[in-house]
Design a protein around this ligand. Structure first.
Ligand code: AVI
Length: 319
């Protein structure tokens, strides 16, 4: 097998599907809000990788421990010769914990950050010469197109990191149903889900002492300046992350420290002092609540793994 990556451009810039349109919509809304998918330009993807290394951000290392410990069991459940599709593949790091045990015949990384996707999948192809590596650049939260030639193959969708938590529960359910319909019958989903836990641990994870999560959040404003030509004083906003217990989610916001406006395309979006732009939800589930959600989407959670402190869970969903 060659170490070249098969690249599929599935990026669609169209009505209602661009950073500019969504920023204009999101700033015009009350309360102001923007999808967290816009965090991931190249700098944002890099900052996210740095978040994963922070001591307070238990999610990554805990999930990696679970995957490493359960790799043989996962491989036995999933079976060989599958197409492994990683949604939001980022650095394609966690999949390395599974590849030797699972031996899929193809890997497809899908990510919204083009250059990051290409670099990561090229490294993967070089490190696993027996694996046929594909990369699809696109927004899988909107549409999921599998590359040609997968008909009749069993697919395992790998969705690690608790990225499912960045959807609301209703969106997560709709997303999983769409995923189920998009994949061939008999396909499964291996999905990481962060668990509900005490506020102190959750809030620390999203307010790391090194300020990396703050930089990640504020990078959205930098993106608006560089990519859209927005006039915004980044240092007049601050990062905020707190646990909304009633909704079982961490919320991230950018708080304006004064009355001001963001100027974009000849429009002024006014902020009061203390007003926020809501940039992310990160929903937390109990194992049972996530199993119930998966069932509503037409899946059965046929195996669940967790760590001994019950911080994080990995589910295998069968369609
Ligand atoms: C990608 N996603 C699951 C991360 C999370 O924990 O919600 C993104 C993140 N936001 C702040 N820190 C990390």
């Amino acid at each position: 097998m060659s170490t070249a990556v098969h690249f599929h451009d599935q990026h669609v810039e169209g009505a209602g599907d661009s950073f500019r349109d969504d920023v204009i919509k999101g700033l015009g809304r009350s309360p102001k809000a923007l999808s967290p998918k816009y965090f991931y330009d190249e700098q944002g993807s890099r900052l996210f990788e740095a978040i994963c290394e922070q001591p307070e951000y238990y999610l990554t290392r805990t999930e990696e421990g679970i995957l490493a410990g359960a790799a043989a069991e996962i491989a036995a459940l999933v079976g060989p010769d599958t197409l492994m599709v990683e949604l939001g593949s980022g650095a394609s790091r966690k999949v390395r914990l599974l590849l030797e045990a699972m031996r899929p015949s193809r890997y497809l990384g899908v990510d919204i950050s083009r250059d990051f996707l290409l670099q990561s999948t090229r490294r993967l192809a070089a490190d696993y010469p027996w694996l046929e590596v594909h990369a699809a650049w696109g927004d899988f939260s909107r549409r999921l197109n599998l590359p040609p030639g997968v008909e009749g193959r069993r697919v395992v969708a790998f969705f690690p990191g608790s990225s499912i938590g960045n959807f609301t529960p209703a969106e997560a359910e709709a997303f999983l149903s769409r995923l189920r319909r998009a994949l061939p019958p008999g396909s499964g989903v291996l999905i990481g889900v962060d668990l509900v836990k005490e506020r102190r641990l959750l809030e620390a994870a999203y307010n790391d002492a090194a300020g990396i999560t703050a930089a990640f959040n504020l990078n959205l404003l930098e993106r608006m300046r560089h990519e859209l030509g927005a006039e915004v004083e980044v240092d007049t906003f601050r990062h905020q992350a707190f646990y909304n217990e009633a909704a079982s989610r961490i919320e991230m916001h950018l708080v304006s420290d004064r009355r001001q406006g963001i100027l974009l395309d000849g429009r002024r979006f006014a902020f009061e002092e203390g007003e926020t732009l809501h940039t992310e939800n990160s929903c937390k589930y109990s194992v049972e609540a996530f199993q119930a959600l998966a069932e509503r989407a037409g899946y059965r959670s046929s195996a669940v793994w967790s760590d001994d402190q019950a911080l994080f869970s990995v589910h295998y969903l069968s369609g």
